[in-house]
Design a protein around this ligand. Structure first.
Ligand code: GLV
Ligand code: MN
Ligand code: MN
Length: 420
């Protein structure tokens, strides 16, 4: 790719976010899940943009779109830059996506400036971070980290399609998923840019922050089973109302997490058979539980289980619990955190803010492969995310691009001249 072509601007990055937002399975909002036709479409778009930025491109054995920009000589270990292209239901257009496009834009600048780094740069557009389709999150980045669990093959989506079947339908070979794994000797670290998904940058009137750590998360699918019956005919003392029981549990989840300083959310709940004049015989609901430390998170989970046991005992219900996701809390590598801070300083913010991430990120999975650090970018309207109103400004994206590029160059400096 010619060095004469000017590199993409912040405004073009936002236009690309709009182009990707159009690749949705829903007519009413953005929804793009792992191994779907929309996933294939955004991979193709990302591959084109990677190619224009001077990267050689390929889709890996887990459906992640990847690109490589060689350093001073071919075959050097690579700095990984990445984030995800999948979404939650009714999503915004920047969660994950902005980080992928910033990574491509950083390499595009290196191409235009004919910079040759002492390491290669690999850009990764992960196919699954959210876990929207199969319940288990971070499938794309876990494949790259080499922590794929064969038990996942039997996970299925809401239509009963298993992960194994979805792989084949997407044109992937389940038996080759191990080929997506990078080898730790071939990588030097991982940097991810991401919108903050919280209000703190906006409150502090700043554009960027360094991430210190990411909350450990567990997710569960819970089913409470009681007995369906006539809404008029069954007196209260004879009822085994699964929805009334689930309601008690939902409120206890909020109270226990709040009191302990953890975070817990029941984001999905469905009552069966779902008739207005039928007592709910079964309720299925989700639980997403996070905390700064895994010990705190697990203590709250124990307290929630105690409440569930008490509610079931009192109401004559049975509870089945399936853990669908478990990712431990992770801490950023000090050396990489400091290059992110250097990058922010290069944009004129001399005392970069540090934030703990309550949202999960691909960096959590990549932490099993290599050292990581993250750059947070302010998203407006109180940091609203996982919502169509997600927003960023072109000014902040421009500053983030400068900072992200400066961080890569700062790393190149320390990598070339390591301190003793
Ligand atoms: C991912 O966005 C998560 O934190 O759930
Ligand atoms: Mn998300
Ligand atoms: Mn994300």
């Amino acid at each position: 790719m010619s060095a004469d072509k000017p590199p993409v601007t912040a405004r073009q990055i936002l236009e690309r976010c709009d182009v990707l937002a159009a690749e949705s399975s829903s007519d009413t909002g953005i929804e793009r899940v792992y191994l779907s036709p929309e996933h294939a479409a955004v991979n193709r778009l990302a591959a084109d943009w990677m190619y224009e930025a001077g990267l050689s491109t390929w889709m890996d054995a887990a459906g992640n779109q990847r690109g490589r920009f060689e350093g001073r000589q071919p075959g050097l270990p690579a700095l990984l830059l990445g984030s995800h292209l999948d979404t939650v239901p009714n999503a915004g257009r920047y969660d994950g996506i902005l980080g992928v496009l910033l990574a491509i834009a950083v390499v595009d600048r290196l191409r235009a400036d004919e910079v040759k780094l002492p390491f290669a740069v690999e850009v990764l557009a992960f196919g699954d971070e959210e876990g929207t389709r199969f319940g288990t999150a971070l499938l794309g980045s876990r494949a790259v980290a080499g922590t794929w669990d064969p038990a996942w093959w039997d996970l299925h989506d809401k239509d009963g399609v298993t992960l194994r079947e979805a792989f084949v339908e997407f044109g992937l070979d389940p038996d080759s998923v191990g080929d997506a794994a990078s080898r730790s000797g071939d990588v030097i670290g991982y940097l991810e840019a991401h919108i903050e998904q919280g209000p703190y940058l906006e409150e502090a009137d700043r554009s960027l922050a360094v991430v210190s750590s990411i909350a450990g998360a567990r997710r569960f699918a819970l089913t409470l089973t009681g007995e369906a019956g006539h809404a008029g005919g069954v007196p209260f003392h004879r009822r085994h109302d699964a929805l009334a029981g689930a309601s008690e549990v939902v409120l206890a989840v909020e109270r226990l997490a709040r009191t302990a300083g953890a975070i817990a959310t029941v984001g999905r709940l469905q009552a069966f058979p779902g008739g207005v004049n039928v007592i709910a015989g079964r309720v299925e609901f989700s639980l997403d539980l996070r905390a700064e430390t895994d010990i705190l998170r697990d203590d709250v989970w124990q307290a929630i289980q105690d409440v569930i046991a008490e509610v079931c005992q009192r109401r004559g219900l049975i509870c089945a619990i399936d853990e669908t996701h478990n990712a431990p809390a992770v801490v950023a590598a000090p050396a990489l955190k400091s290059v992110i801070a250097d990058g922010i300083r290069a944009t004129g913010d001399l005392s970069p803010m540090t934030l703990f991430s309550k949202a999960g990120h691909d960096a959590m999975a990549i932490a099993d492969l290599t050292a990581w650090a993250m750059l947070f970018v302010r998203n407006g309207r109180g940091g609203i995310s996982h919502h169509p109103d997600e927003t960023v400004t072109v000014e902040d994206v421009a500053i983030a691009l400068d900072a992200f590029e400066a961080a890569v160059l700062a790393l190149a400096e320390t990598y070339s001249h390591p301190t003793a």
